[in-house]
Write a protein that binds this ligand. Structure first.
Ligand code: IMP
Ligand code: MG
Length: 173
């Protein structure tokens, strides 16, 4: 296993997080957000961005899984879901990366079926080329090439989530 040089450095991550948070803060002036982090991948991005958002906010998480090692299984399992009533909430879903879009699309439909006041999606990374399901993304950090990445919350087999930067993952040199 090789972790090469960063695709996105800690500095590039910080700059983008601030920029996204500023846009979100502007768009939600006068409103309160229910920020929902999609675990586990978004844990680092989530904790960074909520600290930069300047409108009132409550938070919750959804724990979902669809990946086995670096292959998507296509099957999305929800292990933990938002419990509260969301019919009076402006829900902002926060995810690490959108790849095929299958996971987020299922989560999105699940939330919409509970009639929130509004629903928007923020993802740090967008692997656009791989998209199989069309899903509206309101806030996107970086569009990245079709390569498997780790770090800043993203894992391979649950490892490397703690890297403070994002790197392309290669099984062999
Ligand atoms: P999707 O359902 O194919 O869009 O997959 C979304 C989920 O798969 C993401 O939220 C990640 O947890 C995981 N994932 C997709 N691509 C990568 C990657 O390059 N590295 C690590 N995890 C990934
Ligand atoms: Mg994820």
């Amino acid at each position: 296993m090789i972790i090469g040089k960063p695709l996105l450095t800690t500095r590039q991550i910080q700059v983008k997080v601030k920029e996204l948070a500023q846009n979100i803060s502007k768009d939600y002036v006068g409103k309160e957000i229910l920020a929902v982090g999609i675990l586990k991948g978004s844990f680092m991005f989530f904790s960074d961005i909520v600290r930069e958002i300047e409108v009132p906010l409550t938070l919750d998480f959804i724990l979902a899984s669809s990946y086995v090692k670096s292959e998507t299984s296509g099957e999305v399992k929800i292990h933990y879901d938002i419990r509260e009533d969301i019919s009076d909430k402006h829900v902002l879903l926060i995810d690490d990366i959108v790849d095929t879009g299958i996971t987020l699309n299922q989560i999105r439909e699940r939330i919409l079926s509970r009639f929130p006041l509004s629903l928007k999606i923020c993802t740090f990374l967008d692997k656009k080329e791989r998209r199989e399901v069309d899903i509206p993304l309101d806030y996107v950090g970086y569009v990245i090439p079709n390569q498997f990445v780790v770090g800043y919350g993203l894992d391979y087999d649950n490892k490397y989530r703690n890297l403070p930067y994002i790197s392309i993952f290669r099984k062999k040199a």
